[in-house]
Every structure is written in C-alpha cells, then in structure tokens.
Design a protein around this ligand. Structure first.
Ligand code: SAM
Length: 262
C-alpha cells in the first residue's frame, strides 16, 4: 500500500485531520532501537550536562534512536552512518508523520526496497523490527502495535529535536567536521556485539585510536562496557537487559561512560 507523501501529509496536518490523529495517538509507546539508551539516557545526560560548558556544542556521531539526543538542549549536531535513519529524522523535522500501522506485507516490501531516501525505510527497518534490529524480522507480540508505539515514541522525541542538525556521516568525518572545543558524546556499536547490518563491520581498535586523537581538541565521552587502560570510567549506570535469568529476573548490566585519562 502506498504511503501519503510529505506534501500530502503536511496539507493534512494544516487542515486538521492529521493533527487530531497526532494528538490522539500521542500517548505511550516506545521505539525499539538495538543498543539504544532508552533505560540509561537520562542518567547519562544528567552527568554530561554537568560537565558541559555554557554554550558548548554537542556533537553526537552515533545518534541511533535519539534516546540520548532528545534529552539534550542547546546547539546539537547529530549524525549516523545509516542514511535511511537520517532521512527519517529530517523528514519528521519538516512535518512527515509515520503511519499507525505497518502490515507484514508492507514490511517485506520496504525490506526488499531499502530506499535510503524514503523515511518509511528506517521507520519500518527499526521501529517495526524484532528488538529494533535493522530489518531483523517483523515484530509481533500479542495485541502490541509496534508501528503505533514507534510512531508515538518518535513524535515525542522530535518535539525536542526541532533545532538539531542531522547529518548522514561516518563518525570519522563527523569528528573531522566538528567545531573545535565541542562536547562529543559517542555511543558506538559495542565491541563483540551484534552489528548494525547497514553500516558494515565496526573496528573498535581503530575507534579507540581515533578517540585518543580527537580528545586533544574536544571533550570526548564514550559509552561502552570496557575501554583500553588509558581511559577512565567517569560514570557507571546500573541497568537491566531484557534477557531473563534462571530465577525469572532481568539480567543486570553496567553501562559505563569513559574518557581519556588526562
Ligand atoms: C549503539 S547505537 C546508538 C544508539 C543511540 N545512542 C541511542 O540511544 O538510540 C550505534 C549507532 O552507530 C551507528 N554506526 C555504526 N557504524 C557507524 C559509523 N562507522 N559511523 C557512524 N555511525 C555508525 C549505527 O547505525 C547505530 O545507529
């Protein structure tokens, strides 16, 4: 089924229909994003805001599902190597609204097409996929409507992301183009974990060398489970995964924030 284009949706919003839908469906729900900081974003931002200098630019080269980005204010540049994701955010900044449902058939169509210039691609590829993994399978669970949840979650986040500059960039280019003296927050694909498919294999060794180099110019903070010995952990956030332990409780996990030792 064809989706209404950007112009049509904007028209519908200005004529009232879609705005009413927007308000009606603006309740609850969350968009799953593999590795997203849905549970720990708040604590991370509390810490990072406490060390951010007045007026300092916020640079986020692995913005992913915006779970951290949408909690930050001031001057922000958010980028990601997944072009379709950036297309989605830019489209929403100018009024595009995701649909309230996506059928399994539509999912298969977008999966086969993978058009990075179509905002539906990332919406379906992450928001309607099992565990928020890029086209990792059509998500279903009882009565739960993944598309509506993802739509609500994105619309909530975009309320605070109107002024963000979104760019489709590899992290090395994002860092090279960052204004000098920025606060750089990086949440890369973690070493030895499931990759992001679309963005190819991630070399954590090269990543840490790049972090060392750019730390001379910026205040750089990295989310990971572990880091090389010349990095110090400045924050530990105790959280839980969705994996269940033998006793039925959720598996505990420690998210850490690192910076190069001075
Ligand atoms: C852990 S996720 C970020 C999650 C995000 N912080 C959140 O809370 O929603 C890592 C992101 O890195 C992106 N990525 C992978 N390789 C990249 C690269 N070489 N340059 C920039 N981004 C990359 C992936 O597309 C993914 O969105």
């Amino acid at each position: 089924m064809a989706r209404p284009g950007l112009r049509k949706q904007r028209k519908a919003r200005s004529s009232g229909g879609t705005v009413a839908d927007f308000r009606k469906s603006f309740e609850g729900g969350s968009m799953q994003y593999l590795g997203g900081k849905a549970r720990t974003g708040k604590q991370l931002v509390e810490y990072l805001s406490s060390v951010r200098k007045p007026g300092q630019a916020w640079i986020e080269p692995f913005c992913g599902g915006l779970w951290v980005t949408h909690l930050v204010d001031g001057m922000r540049i958010a980028s990601d190597a997944n072009e379709a994701l950036i297309t989605l955010y830019k489209a929403m900044q100018v009024g595009w609204l995701p649909p309230e449902s996506v059928s399994e058939e539509e999912y298969a169509t977008y999966k086969a097409r993978r058009d990075a210039k179509d905002p539906m691609t990332a919406f379906v590829g992450f928001g309607c996929s099992f565990s928020g993994k890029w086209f990792g399978g059509y998500a279903r669970s009882g009565e739960r409507n993944y598309a509506t949840n993802a739509r609500n979650s994105l619309m909530r986040k975009m309320q605070t992301c109107a002024g963000i500059r979104f760019l489709h960039l590899d992290y090395k280019t994002a860092l090279a183009e960052a204004p000098k003296g920025s606060l750089v927050y990086m949440d890369p694909p973690y070493a030895h974990t499931t990759g992001y498919g679309e963005t190819g294999a991630f070399d954590s060794g090269i990543f840490w060398s790049v972090v060392r180099a750019v730390s001379a110019e910026h205040d750089v903070y990295v989310s990971e489970y572990t880091a090389p010995p010349d990095f110090e952990c400045v924050l530990t956030v105790h959280t839980k995964t969705d994996l269940r332990m033998k006793d039925g409780s959720k598996e505990p996990r420690q998210e850490k924030l690192f910076r190069l030792q001075s």
